[in-house]
Design a protein around this ligand. Structure first.
Ligand code: ADP
Ligand code: MG
Length: 510
């Protein structure tokens, strides 16, 4: 049964400062009729555990082929599965982070496929009695405006990943790499709660951020550690949902969104010309921008599900769930609200700080000692500008939080000017590991605080420019700025600008 999740949640929307709410997109107009789109996702996220789901073989993400598998992973007769507790803990944490229910008892079953990359001929999964039920993800925002839509979840189940078939190395043959075989997956199934490609894209991004924060998966679609199957159907408003097609092998959020859009158009054309949409699994060709049939949809009987006889019921106690709760890191939505409230940040700035792991921690460490707004600008404009100029990500940032803090502190204390601070940051970007004050001292870049010396420079300048003085006295701000600029130029940016200002003001009666 379809469950409505949307607009009643507005009241509970957490970010107080957001002014207005974005409307949910309208229906799609075809040539002759209007359609509502239904999207549901089945996400497979590889579990970030050290070893595989049912064997002690280390998980391998970039190893030479066929170097990381055990007799069990290769389905040798007589080998038996044994649950890896680390996978259970990560799954339990993920369910809690998704506000789902952890089932005290869940069970495993065999789902049969005959593919060369599944050596056993079946996958151990949890189709009918999974470890996690329910839960939701709140989309939160769209283009900086509130979008308080909750996408409901049906379940989270544990299952094995397959090996990989490689078709493009040896002509006429498919090669099998078993490194991935038996790696733990969390399959997260959503309710059919999304209505547009944009909502589906946002949902995937939010889920990725959540999995990364929990540490249960890298959630990387490009590298295949997260794979999303998308179910799409259309119907006329007020009528039952239409027949869905499942889109597979979508390598990025962008591709996923394009595939939904073009599939919706295909279904509209079929239905408007009197045809029938058949339930099938389809691929997406990004070059042609069209979906194509892979196979008709398997139904449950095709899989010949049977209970897994070699694994007992999986029991999770209240105490275990409590322990998992205690170990939970701060989740993205909670962190976003907290950062906005604590530091009075705009949503946009906050999102910048949360764009990559570690940035928010870096910002907060520096902000403990220095002004948060100055820190924000040093991190998001000065530091990020230089990182992007070098084409590196924050994870490769060579400037420690102590170093950047020492620049901001040096400016706060009047020891260096802002301009010198930027030159110091350039040196740090190039690998200088000293703090700002040591660099300034070594380079002779400390700010000139000597009032007598500055007095002298100012009076010389004033004597040489009698005409300009008249303009300042008539209230010309720009010319006053010119005087300040001259002194800064003469001292190579080292004069304390506040001091120069006050000396000039005194001399010019400004
Ligand atoms: P099955 O178990 O047969 O694969 P489910 O009912 O569990 O089918 O649904 C699988 C996925 O398809 C879920 O993500 C769900 O949200 C989605 N879905 C179900 N019905 C529709 C529909 N009419 N249109 C689009 N997606 C749908
Ligand atoms: Mg199902």
């Amino acid at each position: 049964m379809f469950r409505t999740t949307c607009l009643s949640n507005i009241k509970r929307f957490p970010l107080k400062r957001w002014a207005s709410t974005q409307a949910r997109p309208a229906l799609i107009a075809g040539k002759t009729r209007t359609w509502e789109v239904i999207v549901g996702l089945e996400v497979h996220a590889q579990i970030n555990s050290r070893s595989k789901l049912f064997s002690v073989t280390p998980t391998s993400f970039n190893e030479p082929v066929n170097t990381k598998y055990s007799a069990f992973d290769a389905a040798f007769p007589g080998t038996l599965p044994r649950v890896n507790e680390e996978c259970i803990l990560l799954a339990v944490k993920t369910i809690l982070a998704l506000s789902g229910r952890v089932q005290k008892q869940s069970s495993f079953e065999r789902k049969h496929y005959f593919y060369p990359d599944i050596p056993a001929g079946y996958q151990i999964t949890q189709h009918s009695n999974p470890i996690g039920l329910g839960g939701y993800i709140e989309l939160g925002e769209l283009d900086g405006l509130p979008y308080p839509l909750k996408i409901g979840l049906e379940q989270l189940q544990l299952e094995q990943d397959t090996g990989k078939s490689i078709h493009d190395i040896q002509p006429g043959a498919s090669l099998i790499d078993l490194n991935r075989a038996g790696t733990g997956l969390m399959e997260i199934v959503t309710l059919p709660d999304m209505r547009t490609s944009l909502e589906a894209g946002l949902m995937v991004r939010k889920l990725q951020a959540l999995l990364r924060a929990v540490g249960s998966s890298d959630g990387n679609m490009e590298e295949g550690s997260m794979r999303c199957d998308v179910n799409v159907s259309i119907h006329e408003p007020g009528t039952p949902f239409g027949t869905r097609c499942e889109l597979k092998n979508l390598g990025s959020v962008k591709v996923l969104m394009s595939a939904i859009d073009v599939e919706v158009q295909r279904q509209i054309e079929i239905l408007e010309s009197g045809g029938t949409v058949y339930q099938e699994t389809r691929g997406y060709d990004a070059v042609q921008n069209q979906t194509f049939k892979l196979r008709s949809k398997e139904t449950a009987p095709d899989y010949r599900y049977m209970p897994e006889p070699d694994l007992p019921v999986l029991q999770v106690t209240d105490q275990y769930i409590e322990q998992a709760k205690q170990q939970m890191p701060e989740l993205p939505d909670v962190r976003r609200s907290r950062l906005i409230d604590t530091y009075n940040l705009s949503l946009e700035n906050c999102n910048t700080l949360m764009a990559e792991p570690g940035i928010a921690e870096y910002f907060e460490q520096i902000s403990k000692k220095h002004d948060p707004h100055k820190t924000l600008s040093w991190v998001t404009s000065e530091l990020f500008g230089r990182l992007s100029f070098k084409g590196i990500s924050f994870s490769q940032n060579p400037v420690t939080q102590e170093q950047l803090g020492s620049i901001i502190g040096g400016i706060e204390e009047g020891i260096i000017s802002g301009k010198i601070g930027k030159s110091i940051l350039n040196l740090m970007m190039d690998g200088d590991s000293r703090n700002a004050l040591d660099i300034a001292k070594a380079k002779g870049w400390q700010q000139i605080e000597d009032e007598n010396a500055l007095e002298k420079l100012c009076s010389e300048l004033i004597q040489k420019n009698p005409e300009e003085i008249q303009k300042v006295k008539q209230g010309n701000k720009r010319v006053f700025g010119w005087f300040v600029g001259q002194i800064m130029k003469e001292t190579k940016g080292k004069a304390n600008p506040a001091l120069v200002n006050s000396i000039l003001k005194k001399h010019l009666d400004y």
